[in-house]
Design a binder for this molecule. Sequence first.
Ligand code: FES
Length: 82
Amino acid sequence: MPTTPGELRPQLRIDRCVCHDVTFRALAEWSASTGCRSVDEAAREFKCTTSCGMCLPYVERALATGQTVFHEILPVRRSAAR
Ligand code: FES
């Protein structure tokens, strides 16, 4: 069954940048300890978002809210993809 952006899927678990094996928990902890919420700074520190870019909306949300596990597909803004 296809998944549409924004649709909650409890069986879906997205918790990391798979290209660089960086968990959103690690990002949120880094953000909490440094006070940094910049995607660019997180990319420099962890390389997340710098390959396929599919993790970008999750990284943005993790840094903004501290959420570390997602059960929905977040839309990728093509203009923001790296
Ligand atoms: S999943 Fe993060 S760069 Fe590919």
